[in-house]
Write a protein that binds this ligand. Structure first.
Ligand SMILES: [Zn+2]
Length: 253
């Protein structure tokens, strides 16, 4: 059985995290791209793999995605960022910003077809999240840095848990730190607010100490980690092909 995690649902990174990946595959060859492309609107061009701008998934797109998931018997972990961040740093809770999508996901959760994870309150460092003219702002599209005040970790974990649990009417016990960055202050807040599992590519940024009451799962142990970006840009047929290949890899020779 393939395990699938879908990140960035509800996150405004899809509008405001402007960066390019600095490589592209052209005629089967990986080409390194010049830094000059990391400027203004050039950054967001799909031609060279710009991250933004793309829109949130609509329920009709989720329907197509769910049909593929059911075909492969996959129950995804949907990692939701609890608030959309506006350009001026205003926060809009996910169920208000995307009511149709939120309701669609709630119904699928009640039917036992998906699982939900907390993917932060904002996904970003508030106030630093706007695109710059020169260069990438990816660094500030991580939320739980050790240099931030303890109170920020507490507020972001507590508020995101409140928003998600009140709307979905179920305990949220899994946390996926945006960009794999989290630390001791985050851990202490997670412990206070009912999180029992952290799934990430890295352990805490500032400690190797073992945790009490919370399990760490290295995300490479999960078969497949994707973002809503791939689903939005490439659609359900891309997911179908990706799951088909992933299932093949898992079939014993
Ligand atoms: Zn993310």
């Amino acid at each position: 059985m393939v395990t699938l995690r879908i990140d960035d649902i509800g996150a405004s990174a899809k509008w405001y995290e402007h960066r390019v990946r600095f490589h592209a595959v052209i005629l089967g060859k990986t080409i390194r791209l010049p830094g000059v492309l990391n400027i203004g609107p050039l950054k967001t061009s799909r031609l060279w793999g710009g991250w933004a701008v793309y829109d949130e998934l609509e329920p009709s797109e989720w329907e197509d995605i769910m049909a593929v998931l059911e075909k492969y018997g996959v129950k995804p972990l949907v990692a939701i960022t609890a608030c959309w961040v506006e350009r001026d740093s205003r926060l809009i809770p996910f169920p208000e910003r995307f009511p149709d999508e939120a309701l669609w996901l709630k119904k699928r959760l009640q039917e036992g077809k998906i699982k939900i994870a907390n993917h932060g309150l904002t996904h970003c460092v508030l106030g630093k999240h706007q695109p710059r003219f020169f260069g990438s702002n990816q660094r500030f599209w991580r939320e739980f840095y050790p240099f931030l005040e303890n109170s920020i970790h507490e507020e972001h974990v507590s508020r995101s848990q409140d928003i998600l649990q009140q709307f979905f009417e179920e305990p949220v016990t899994v946390f996926v730190p945006p960009g794999n960055i989290w630390c001791q202050a985050t851990y202490r807040a997670l412990k206070r607010h009912g999180i029992r599992t952290v799934i990430a590519g890295r352990y805490m940024a500032d400690s190797e100490e073992p945790m009490e009451d919370i399990e760490f799962v290295q995300d490479r142990e999960m078969a497949l980690n994707i973002h809503d970006r791939e689903l939005k840009l490439h659609g359900a047929s891309w997911l179908d092909e990706t799951l088909r290949l992933s299932c093949q890899d898992k079939t014993p020779a």
